[in-house]
Design a protein around this ligand. Structure first.
Ligand code: COA
Length: 299
């Protein structure tokens, strides 16, 4: 290769290198722009998240203000929080007993539309009240899972639809099954009360250490015994909800079925089954993960 050719090639390579440097400069500039844009986007997303969280908080307060008026729902001391929770559990127990008697009366004594309506109205009122009390509990730091609160909104809706379902052959075909389910649900709620109020008292004792000589281990062992006893009843109730959904879907396909309530109730029972079943599984999984050695000991 002649010297002149080498010089020409060197010139070309040098020129390409200059171009490459320019391109690299542009690349660095764009990379800086991209990094800046990424940082701006990340901070905008965090700002949006915070905004949404604040909005959710305000909406919850707005809902409480709407229902309760302008009252202060912040419970300051731990004692006040325990007392409110205790009262909430007792309210549930008291209503459970009333609802169980009401359902037994409707199922075995009076087959009248008016008594059924009173029962369903009582259910609507009860679930509405629960959602309000649970919102207050949540604004005071309770760890209630979102689904249990939503579950009470869905149950309010379900009881409302039951209330509007007109008398007829379709209604009568589902009536006994619904009332029997309500009795069973009250029975499970009764067991739940003993478990939840037991947890509450033991947690309080753990916090104060003056009522019982209780250790964290002791609490965990009591909780697992209670939960193992309760879970089969809960799961049976969930599958009964699924059975209600299937019965209603079948009724909705019946040639004489004209009421929209049948299909709507079927969907609502299905939602309740899925939500309750999956959330209960999640709760149990979380507890097992938090404390696997204890479960093995229990087994
Ligand atoms: N309704 C209202 N509050 C509930 C609740 C429920 N179903 N489940 C749990 N909580 C509350 C607890 O009291 C606790 O409150 P706190 O933070 O104020 O002390 C908080 O949520 C956290 O409880 P967690 O530890 O997650 O559960 P747990 O051990 O108290 O209860 C179960 C676990 C599974 C027994 C309970 O969630 C339950 O009963 N679920 C099934 C409900 C159901 O399916 N009902 C329909 C039956 S047909």
């Amino acid at each position: 290769m002649s010297l002149q050719r080498c010089q020409t090639e060197w010139g070309e390579i040098d020129q390409e290198y200059q171009q490459l440097q320019e391109t690299h400069k542009v690349y660095r500039q764009k990379l800086d722009e991209l990094t800046n844009l990424q940082a701006t986007c990340s901070s905008a997303i965090s700002k949006q998240r915070k905004g949404l969280k604040d909005l959710r908080h305000s909406l919850r307060k707005l809902y409480l203000n709407l229902v309760l008026g302008n009252v202060n729902v912040t419970l300051l001391s731990n004692q006040a929080k325990f007392a409110y929770k205790d009262e909430y559990e007792k309210f549930k127990l008291c209503m459970t007993i009333i609802l169980m008697f009401a359902a037994i009366t409707c199922l075995f004594l009076f087959n009248y539309r008016v008594t059924d309506e009173i029962f369903n109205f009582l259910l609507v009122w009860y679930y509405c009240t629960l959602t309000i009390r649970e919102s207050i509990l949540m604004s005071n730091g309770s760890r209630i899972k979102g689904w249990w609160v939503s579950h009470h909104y869905v149950s309010t809706f379900l009881s409302g639809v039951m209330l509007t379902w007109p008398e007829g052959s379709m209604y009568q075909m589902f009536r006994s099954q619904f009332l029997a389910f309500s009795i069973y649900q009250s029975f499970v709620q009764f067991l739940q009360y003993y478990y939840q109020s037991g947890c509450l008292y033991r947690l309080r004792a753990l916090g104060e250490r003056n009522q019982l000589d209780l250790t964290v281990e002791g609490f965990q062992s009591w909780m697992w015994r209670g939960l193992t006893f309760l879970l089969p009843f809960l799961f049976f109730g969930h599958f009964w909800q699924l059975y209600n959904a299937l019965t209603l879907f079948r009724l909705a396909g019946h040639k004489d079925c004209k009421e929209w309530q049948v299909f709507m109730l079927a969907l609502t029972f299905l939602v309740l089954f899925l939500g309750n079943f999956l959330t209960t599984l999640k709760v149990v999984r979380q507890k097992v993960q938090e404390n696997p050695e204890k479960v093995q000991k229990q087994e």
